[in-house]
Design a protein around this ligand. Structure first.
Ligand code: NAP
Length: 267
């Protein structure tokens, strides 16, 4: 019996085998979970299909998370195939490329709304529509990044969206907690994925994180996946409303020896 035996759920935002969504899905599948997958548009279908088929998925559906009808269709089909739901993973984010570089204050109203809609509101909408299907002790997880708590060059409007997402996690945890449904976020350190390529200077972010973090390296996809398993399974039964950092400790430091070197002081 695996940690996720007899549990069925859905993941939004698997892009390919190098994404965080896939890394979490794989850990859940290895522990016996039954997972439904969604993709955003036909181009992504061909990328998501091999991941979903590898995990013997019974449901693979199109879902643009900015479209309420798409979300409603997914809920309808999920209910038809599985009846009830034990976990939801939200690994979706998007901002216009021009809003992920340069001056933050240049963001347009449309760019702000797009980032917020795809990256934060969609988690709330999905939670709301799946509410009637959620079993007691179900677990909802969103993916976030430190740029939602602190300023990070170029992360810009996505940082604002992640801050909204993290606040939403706390409000959903409050709303859903009475039926033992838990809502948490994983704040992953930088990982080179499809979405990450859209962030200007991402390679520098990777190098800085590895140099300054207490563990002196970047987090691996497997490590983020295992954190997903912990938060999805009963191992974390007392944890909700939490932003769990999986970033080799980078979030916990203020200064490091490397900072001293930069300004020419030996620490
Ligand atoms: P990824 O594999 O590219 O995943 C992002 C996913 O979001 C893609 O599957 C993408 O599909 C989907 N998406 C975008 N717009 C959508 C829409 N309107 N409807 C439905 N899906 C949509 O990149 P990732 O880095 O693993 O990202 C997964 C999550 O982890 C995101 O929330 C991200 O912010 C978070 N995260 C990433 C890092 C990192 O360093 N990579 C660190 C911390 C947190 P399309 O490609 O079809 O648009």
């Amino acid at each position: 019996m695996g940690l996720m035996s007899n549990k069925k759920g859905i993941i939004f935002g698997v892009s390919n085998k190098r994404g965080i969504g896939y890394a979490i899905a794989k850990q859940l599948f290895n522990e016996g979970a039954d997972i439904a997958f969604t993709y955003a548009g036909e181009t992504m279908k061909s990328r998501v299909l091999p991941c979903a088929e590898e995990m013997n998925s019974k449901l693979i559906m199109n879902c643009d998370v900015t479209n309420d009808d798409d979300i409603a269709s997914v809920v309808h089909e999920f209910k038809r195939v599985y009846g009830t739901c034990d976990f939801i993973i939200h690994a979706v984010a998007f901002a216009n490329r021009e809003d992920l570089e340069g001056d933050f204050s240049n963001v347009s109203r449309e760019g702000w709304q797009t980032a917020m809609d795809v990256s934060a509101y969609s988690f709330v909408a999905i939670a709301n529509k799946f509410k009637p299907l959620l079993n007691p002790k179900a677990s909802l997880i969103a993916l976030t990044y430190l740029g939602g708590e602190r300023s990070v060059p170029n992360y810009n409007v996505m940082g604002v969206a992640k801050a909204a997402l993290e606040a939403s996690v706390r409000y959903l945890a409050l709303e859903f907690g009475h039926s033992e449904v838990r809502v948490n976020a994983i704040s992953a350190g930088p990982v080179k994925t499809l979405a990450a390529k859209g962030i200007s200077g991402f390679d520098i972010l990777l190098k800085v994180n590895a140099a300054r973090s207490p563990m002196k390296r970047n987090v691996t996809l497997d490590e983020v996946g295992k954190a997903g398993l912990y938060l999805c399974s009963d191992l974390s039964s007392g944890v909700t409303g939490e932003v769990h950092h999986v970033d080799c400790g980078y979030h916990s430091i203020a200064t490091s020896k490397e900072d001293a070197k930069i300004i020419g002081i030996s620490a």
